[in-house]
Design a protein around this ligand. Structure first.
Ligand SMILES: Nc1ncnc2c1ncn2[C@@H]1O[C@H](COP(=O)(O)OP(=O)(O)OP(=O)(O)O)[C@@H](O)[C@H]1O
Ligand SMILES: [Mg+2]
Length: 255
């Protein structure tokens, strides 16, 4: 059975997609088979893994919106060995609206991640959009773990309570298997007092586990979307690549 991990935070630009791409890269290096599922109509994960959106015929919009469409049929291989993608397209935005009135609307993704997908992959990473809407809820209902990237900047912890509450509700009502794997500090700048204070606050005050791995602010990570590959490939020896390898080890150790 695959380990299904949602990467979620309704705050925008905290490093969700970057984490999905590069954690996938680091897991794939271990020979693990990884499926990345793009649940964001912005399609940053799809493009970030080197897929030309113009060539995408079927996407998660079909999987979630059409009873007959299967996950298997939309998956495409990426340029990186061991990483496949279930792409998103802009249509996903209207799919979310249509899904609102569907019966079992919270379970659409969970049902799509079928026995075939569970057997085919070791890890399934779900990149959620920056909202607490139905697509994110579908991601959390389909997952057994969630990673929450948190920017080590001011106000970053403010919205966290709402997300944690949604996760608790999902756990009690829709998906008992969901556990918070941890908060992942991102955009960390060790030179600033604020960054250090934020990290301390996360570690001391939170009820949730905080990963040992800290993702620093790194120009090379910002370049990732242009390369269509994980940093473990295009800057294999960089500090940032090494950091994602450490994160992969922590994630693997969590089982
Ligand atoms: N550690 C980092 N250092 C520097 N730049 C980064 C880092 N992590 C991500 N970025 C860049 O910051 C931007 C936002 O990151 P990313 O797209 O991963 O966030 P996100 O949470 O997925 O955003 P959204 O909420 O819009 O989906 C991207 O341009 C990305 O390349
Ligand atoms: Mg994103």
């Amino acid at each position: 059975m695959a380990n299904v991990i949602a990467i979620a935070n309704q705050k925008g630009g905290v490093g969700k997609t970057t984490t999905a791409i590069n954690l996938a890269g680091a897991l794939a290096e271990h020979g693990l088979r990884v499926l990345c599922i793009d649940m964001d109509a912005q399609a940053n994960l799809t493009v970030g893994l080197g897929i030309n959106l113009a060539t995408v015929e079927q996407s998660m919009a079909n999987v979630l919106g059409e009873p007959k469409a299967r996950l298997k049929d939309v998956i495409i291989p990426t340029g990186t060995v061991n990483i496949d993608i279930a792409p998103a397209t802009l249509d996903l935005a209207s799919t979310e609206v249509e899904l609102m009135s569907a019966i079992g609307r919270e379970y659409a993704l969970s049902e799509a991640v079928d026995d075939w997908a569970q057997g085919r992959y070791d890890y399934i990473l779900i990149d959620c959009p920056p909202t607490l809407g139905l697509l994110t809820i579908n991601g959390l209902v389909a997952a057994n773990g969630v990673i929450i990237p948190v920017q080590t900047q001011y106000y970053a912890l403010k919205g966290l309570a709402a997300l944690v509450k949604v996760i608790a509700t999902i756990r009690s009502k829709l998906n008992r298997n969901l556990r918070v794997l941890g908060l992942l500090p991102t955009f960390y700048d060790p030179r600033t007092i604020l960054g250090r204070e934020m990290l301390e606050e996360m570690r001391e005050n939170g009820e949730n586990h905080v990963f040992e791995t800290i993702i620093r602010n790194a120009v090379k990570l910002g370049e990732a979307p242009l390369t269509g590959r994980p940093i473990t490939e295009y800057a294999s020896t960089s500090d940032a690549a090494q950091t994602y390898r450490e994160l992969a080890k922590e994630v693997m150790a969590l089982g």
